[in-house]
Write a protein of this length. Structure first.
Length: 713
């Protein structure tokens, strides 16, 4: 990704930066100590064209975070990123600990607080480790240089004769001569900006990076001490129960709130399409809301879960080439073996354990909120615009998020909560029920993928024409070395409800299609699917990851026994190479799939925290089993019928097989994404394993028993 693309991704139009905070005013709020300011745009992605932009030191786009070494020697890292279970509260502290030479427990991560932290567009896309990690290391290295210069004056020793260790600056030749960071910063306020890349530690010098560390928030989470939005209890707070329409796009025709008003202590609010009951007891609020009678105008159905793919194909608008080499159409016509297949993927819910929640209160003319959101600054902007308030009068406070997966980029619950707090004049909490969560979740979009390919008798792919409807191009770049290739997307099909980012957006669907198709071609020409892949891949890093997966798995052939099979899928996401081998058993009488084993090899460059990388991979693979085998949404246009876990099956403990995660040893390479990549390969690996176990080629996810039996027939 180019520098200007990264800047736009984080900051929008760099010629019109988002002014959310004056840096000088912000620094005035901080106490004493050594403060390091660092900027994503000016340090990590600097180019000659961006020099003018880099000099605008008071623009919000010129800063991403602050590093502050306090007067007591502790360190604050203030960043607009948030922690939602992906583990950056630990891994970011880990790189800071490494470069600054301080104990991990001395670091305080202040994350996503819009009054305390500088602007950040949001936490998504596996961007944090790839792009923020190098910045934080650079800031820590800059701080270390400054501390050594301060110590040189205090100790009257040349700077090159000093080193840092465990929160002290020490004379190299005499470790008894030392001075603590707290003594160096006490009574001072020093502000430095990282403008050039400082010298960082070499991997051979690492003491913390690369070491497995259990999440620093783990104890608080398992003991219940960690605070989420629904845990916030305020004096006089009212719980909201919102009257919901039966379908997306429905509007109120008539409404009767008389019976709801009969509940003692209930406040009934009707403002446009927003209808809610507020009460100090959430159960009474819910009971009263049920008593509200309403009639709605419901849009006519255009499609349901059985006909949605036809609708997607029919309504997809523009065509956009995303990759083209040679002449794919001509190569297809002349291919020795031709393949023309379509693949389908239905809507998927994020189904995070914590539903969308927000708690709000007015403190004078300022609105203070705790929101389960991946985009606290975007939430602040949405709320301010809705309530027609100055943006600086809205404060989104730091809070843990109980899972997001892209679903908490969107902030409907926060807007509802802010509106109700303003209309009622009381503190309010909106916590969506599971039924509301399923109704208003921004689903992973339904998608159709069409692939026309050609192969010669030697097993080389000679043509590849890939058309994508409903999913984006993420992860579709060619790594099979096809000379004649065309890939593109058909944009903006009509969906019955909101769709959006879902853990590696689009890549789950497109990788399922591509890797299923690769296996189909290999099987048709009688070649082992792993051999076929290696024959067409020229990238040594991808080959190494394939070989690592095969060695770890003990792969010898695609067939492993009666009704048992294993399948491979390869994917690229967030700079990381993923190779997954899955083994399954298929019951030929009822089509039931039992996952038996999963081995995942990844090349994600430098692995900052192997423990964190492992649990993220395990989580992704476990979640991936759900979309591959069970998760599906039943609907009739805007009416979502799947509304809870009794009809939306996710992976259970009993259906989770043993998982083994291995990583290539690549500590010299910058770290890449770890939160999303592994999940993209699950659909393809499971589909291929099912085929090798039973002969059933299922081209639609989830790969249900019914679809397996239909394929066998």
């Amino acid at each position: 990704m180019k520098a200007e693309e990264i800047n736009k991704l984080y900051f929008g139009d760099v010629d019109k930066p988002v002014r959310t905070l004056d840096r000088r005013d912000f620094i005035k709020k901080l106490g004493g100590g050594l403060i390091i300011v660092f900027s994503l745009s000016s340090l990590a992605f600097k180019s000659s064209k961006e020099d003018d932009h880099d000099k605008r030191s008071d623009d919000a786009s010129d800063l991403n975070a602050y590093l502050r070494i306090r007067e007591d020697g502790k360190v604050d890292c203030l960043t607009g990123k948030i922690e939602m279970g992906q583990g950056i509260i630990t891994s970011l502290a880990q790189v800071l600990s490494e470069e600054l030479e301080i104990p991990l427990e001395d670091i305080n991560m202040v994350m996503g607080d819009t009054d305390l932290c500088p602007y950040d567009a949001g936490t998504w896309g596996s961007l944090t480790t790839r792009f923020f990690d190098p910045l934080l290391r650079a800031a820590a290295a800059e701080a270390k240089v400054e501390l050594i210069l301060l110590a040189a004056k205090e100790l009257k020793v040349d700077a090159d004769k000093l080193q840092t260790k465990d929160g002290f600056v020490v004379v190299k030749s005499d470790s008894k001569k030392r001075i603590s960071y707290s003594d160096l910063t006490k009574g001072k306020k020093i502000v430095k900006t990282v403008s050039t890349a400082p010298v960082l530690k070499k991997p051979s010098e690492f003491r913390t990076i690369g070491k497995p560390i259990i999440s620093t928030d783990a104890i608080n989470k398992v003991t219940g001490k960690a605070k989420y939005s629904a845990d916030i209890q305020l004096p006089g707070m009212l719980y909201a129960s919102i009257k919901r329409p039966p379908a997306h796009g429905a509007t109120i025709k008539t409404i009767n709130t008389i019976r709801a008003n009969e509940y003692e202590g209930a406040t009934v609010i009707h403002e446009g399409e927003l209808v809610a009951v507020l009460h100090e007891n959430p159960l009474i609020a819910e009971e009263a809301a049920v008593k509200i009678k309403a009639e709605y105008d419901i849009p006519e159905s255009k499609a349901d879960d059985k006909t949605i793919f036809e609708h997607v194909l029919k309504t997809a608008g523009f065509w956009k080439n995303t990759e083209e080499k040679g002449d794919a159409d001509k190569a297809f016509e002349s291919a020795q073996f031709k393949f023309d297949r379509s693949y389908y993927d239905g809507y998927k819910a994020h189904a995070s354990i914590e539903t969308h929640t927000a708690t709000a209160t007015f403190e004078g003319d300022k609105l203070v909120m705790w929101v389960s959101t991946q985009t606290p600054f975007g939430t602040r902007k949405d709320v301010a615009e809705t309530l027609k308030m100055p943006i600086e009068k809205v404060h989104i406070k730091q809070i843990f998020i109980g899972g997001g997966f892209g679903g908490k980029i969107y902030n409907q619950q926060a807007i509802e909560c802010a509106q109700l707090a303003k209309l009622s004049g009381k503190p309010v909490q909106v916590a969506w029920t599971r039924r509301e969560e399923f109704m208003y979740d921004m689903f992973r979009p339904a998608a159709v993928m069409k692939i026309k390919s050609g192969v010669n008798k030697e097993g080389k792919i000679s043509a590849w024409n890939y058309s994508i409807y409903g999913a984006g191009p993420r992860g579709t770049q060619d790594f099979y070395n096809v000379a004649d290739l065309k890939t593109g997307i058909w944009g903006n099909p009509d969906h019955p409800f909101g769709t959006g980012a879902w853990r590696a957006p689009g890549n789950n669907s497109t990788t399922f299609a591509r890797e299923s198709h690769i296996d189909i071609m290999a099987n048709e020409i009688g070649m082992d699917p792993v051999e076929f892949r290696l024959k067409n891949i020229v990238d040594d890093q991808i080959k190494a990851a394939v070989n690592l997966a095969c060695k770890t798995f003990g792969y010898k052939s695609a067939k492993t026994g009666k009704n048992r099979g294993c399948g491979m899928a390869i994917g690229l996401d967030a700079g990381t190479i993923v190779v997954l081998i899955a083994e399954v058993e298929v019951n030929p009488s009822n089509g039931k799939v039992t996952p038996l084993r999963m081995v995942c090899a990844q090349d994600m460059g430098q692995v900052v925290n192997p423990h964190g990388a492992t649990v993220q991979t395990e989580g992704g693979l476990t979640m991936g089993l759900g979309y591959a085998l069970w998760e599906d949404i039943e609907f009739n246009w805007g009416e979502v019928k799947t509304r809870n876990f009794d009809t939306y099956e996710i992976t259970k403990f009993t259906t989770t097989p043993p998982i083994e995660c291995v990583f290539t040893d690549d500590m010299e390479t910058p770290p890449q994404g770890g939160g999303e990549p592994a999940i993209i390969t699950v659909g393809g690996a499971i589909a291929n394993a099912v085929f090798h176990a039973s002969g059933a080629r299922v081209n639609q996810m989830p790969i249900t028993p019914e679809r397996i039996l239909n394929s066998l027939e």
